[in-house]
Design a protein around this ligand. Sequence first.
Ligand code: IMP
Length: 476
Amino acid sequence: MVKDDLASSPWSRYIWNGVGVVVGADWGDGGKGKFVSDVAPYVDFSVRSQGGPNSGHTVWHRGTKYVMHQVPSLAVFGKPSVMTGGMVVNPVLLNEEMKQVANPDVVYIDPRAAVITRAHRALDGHGERNGTTIGTTNHGVGPAYESKANRRELITVGDLLDRQRLADRVGNYVRAHSVELLELGDADRSLIEAGKAAGEPGEAFSPVSGNLDEYCEAITEELFTAGQLVARNIVCDASTMLQQLVKQGKRGLVEGAQGVLLDRDLGTVPYVTSSKTTAGAVLAEAGLSQYADRAKGYWGVFKAYMTRVGGGPFPTELKGQTDERLRKAGHEFGSTTNRPRRTGWFDAVATAHAIRTGEIRKGYITKIDVMAALGEPPLIAAAYMLEDGTLTQQFPTDPRVLENARPMFVPAPKIEDIRRRETVIAGRKSGFKALPDGVRAYIATVEKLLRDISGVDEFEIAAASIGPWKGQTVVK
Ligand code: IMP
């Protein structure tokens, strides 16, 4: 379905046919929600096919800011938004999030999505306290994917609708993990507090405050109640519905969560999330690969600098004053956990790895205005010097090698302050030519490095976000 105003929009050259996909070409948090806000007028439906409440996409609609965690972003625009069986869902938080959606009937959930219970959340935090340093969001996403993979302990969204079946499944999971759950002791209380801070409603309860039977009953009751509320959103098979939408000529967007550098298999393993985050994978999870527009529809979002929340190697990480100034200027605090994000200079080696393995063809660079406001000439890592003296542009797969890799910086063009409003207005006619010379040179330097290092010749940076508001974007 072609939208009336697309022809006169700067996006007209870049909006795909059929299905497009957007992923993070980073460790997440690049601004995928901003991209969705920009293209929303031209897209008819959106899909989430992996991850769960660990993600946070900030979208703007009619001057209001929404932070979506589980529901695909286009729901706030009143467009069909489908959550596939590849997701892991916290139904209690989902109901809270649905309150932001004016018309909840546009949200559809596949019954095969896995359910996250309080027990999964408790065990996510427990694993971290036992000495691992992944720094998970503590939302129980990893343990819920474990249940999905082993199948014996899986609780699905479909199970929420049958109280007896739900009680059996919950009992099954809790019994399988009773030793660890009882070991939690008071530690679980801190998680309860975290849950409250994340907006989790209802009475707090913990396995130590009662016996396991009561714990199971409380979880079952909470989930069954939440299930009654989302029952009307559960469809019988999301993939059939999605393919019908495509066949009706609707344009779709699959919204990846996290970023390629957090991909379970291709990211900075083991400091990664528990799902697949590449363009190919999130499209396949949605069952939409065959409808994807390879030339125009494979988008990757990344900032003009790097950030990371949680543990794991980060070669260009900044310390001290510049780190603090960048965090402050860019409001670099996690949209899901509010944790301060680690910051660093742009890393072309890591981002090129994300572009190549993530199958990204079009780049959307964000927060150039933040770099400009820093008032300090930025640096760009174009290679790494490894501990053994090797100079490389290959992204190391061994976390210890990456931890000790020294970034080889090239000076970047000096970025001038951007007059956002004027630039956006001028940009409507003249695209990137409206950007100050230094900014254009920065984008061109980054683009060339990414193309050369990734070997993806057709990669181009096609749009640049220069402010938090919808519309503060210049399309090439
Ligand atoms: P988990 O996905 O909650 O298990 O967390 C695993 C790692 O991925 C941690 O380092 C998290 O901080 C990071 N992570 C998970 N989701 C996001 C996200 O949406 N944005 C950025 N980092 C994330």
